[in-house]
Ligand binder design. Structure first.
Ligand code: G3I
Length: 359
């Protein structure tokens, strides 16, 4: 697929993604009345995002959606949802052919009830993978990948507008593909298999390659660009690239490098999105107010890059309240997100709001 036709396709996909904003009828009946919090009185972020032509999202877990303040804050400010865990292979197909969509369905119906689009995450990843999959031989693995993707994508056909089809398949040093069970048993064409199977299961969905450590410019970013170019060169329907953006304040890729990387990917004919953003501040010097001020500008500057780049169609945060973040367990206690533990919008929230308002 050459670049100009690719760009035309990308434009159509972008139109589709923006158009299906959806209406907010509430088939679930009256939701629990949340206590009025600063979050439910701040201007809705999703209105500014829509005005900027971007989707604004967050990763959630279905068990939290039953909490009134969590649900109210999420519904007010976001129009794009990603399942943080419950659409991965492990929770959806723990045993061959035995599917559990309870968590995924709960997230999908919450999204439908609040006029949100859904991005599925993640069909093929070397983590959150059941042991029975890693024990398969090449032919069985190929069949299992096909039946898993057909079942999961098929179930949400027409509901889910985009899928992270393959996650984190490039080696961190950019030397090539990550050494996973998929690569060992099927070679690089496991990516072709995954994208083609997802496309067959839902031809309208935007299919995304998602990764971290390739947000700016550098060896890993070069390897991701080369991979996407090879795949598209083989006619594999990769329509988007997700830049995870799990960053530490003051030691992240520069905004200029992120912009240059987005433009380089756009030239391949793909859409770009910021897919899992959070900003760690525990190592920033100064008191909490000083650290939160630094965090505000980091969120502002990165979201502003996306708003300025036509091919960047969405920004998703990996959670939205410091009450629930994977960062605390993985990197140590921190305050990486837009709302504090009591759902009060932090300076970071206003940094994002300003960026969406091009201020
Ligand atoms: O749901 C079960 C619960 O029933 C059980 O009681 C509990 C204790 O074992 O585990 C719960 O499952 C955990 C799940 O998160 C939900 O909280 C899994 O053990 C745990 O492994 C899973 O961690 C997720 C991790 O991916 C692995 O799937 C994190 O929440 C999630 O933030 C993290 O997200 C990844 C992205 O998918 C890809 N990029 C990096 C990012 C951070 O690692």
């Amino acid at each position: 697929m050459n670049r100009t036709r690719g760009e035309a396709v990308a434009a159509v996909l972008l139109l589709l993604l923006v158009a299906c904003g959806g209406s907010s009828s509430n088939p679930q009946g009256p939701s629990p009345t949340p206590t009025p919090t600063p979050a439910t009185s701040a201007d809705p972020l999703r209105a500014d995002a829509e005005a900027s032509g971007r989707a604004i999202g967050a990763a959630v877990q279905s068990s939290y959606l039953g909490q009134a303040d969590y649900a109210a804050t999420f519904a007010r400010h976001f129009d794009y949802v990603t399942a943080e865990y419950e659409m991965k292979w492990d929770p959806t197909e723990r045993q061959p052919g035995v599917f559990d969509f309870a968590g995924a369905d709960a997230i999908a119906s919450f999204a439908a009830a609040h006029g949100m689009r859904i991005k599925g995450h993640a069909l093929l990843w070397h983590q959150a993978l059941p042991a029975w999959v890693t024990a398969l031989g090449p032919a069985e693995l190929r069949a299992a990948i096909r039946s898993h993707i057909q079942a999961v994508v098929g179930r949400y056909r027409g509901q889910i507008v985009a899928w992270d089809v393959v996650n984190e398949a490039v080696a961190d040093d950019g030397s090539g593909l990550r050494d996973t069970v998929f690569l060992q048993k099927l070679g690089e064409e496991y990516l072709d298999l995954a994208f083609q199977t997802a496309h067959e299961a839902d031809p309208a969905a935007l299919l995304i390659y998602n990764d971290y450590g390739g947000e700016g410019l550098g060896a890993k970013s070069d390897a991701i660009d080369a991979l996407v170019s090879r795949l598209r060169g083989r006619g594999v329907p990769v329509g988007g690239v997700g830049l995870q953006m799990h960053v530490a304040a003051q030691s992240r890729p520069s905004s200029a490098d992120i912009a240059a990387n987005m433009r380089r990917l756009a030239a391949l004919g793909v859409l770009v999105n910021v897919s899992e953003m959070d900003v760690r501040i525990r190592n920033v010097a100064g008191d909490l107010a000083a650290r939160l001020a630094v965090q505000r500008s980091e969120y502002h500057d990165i979201v502003a890059v996306c708003v300025a780049e036509p091919a960047c169609h969405a920004v998703t945060f990996w959670g939205f309240t410091d009450r629930y973040s994977w960062i605390d367990a993985f990197f140590g206690p921190d305050d990486p997100l837009l709302f504090d533990e009591s759902y009060a919008p932090k300076p970071a929230f206003f940094g994002v709001q300003d960026a969406l308002r091009r201020r």
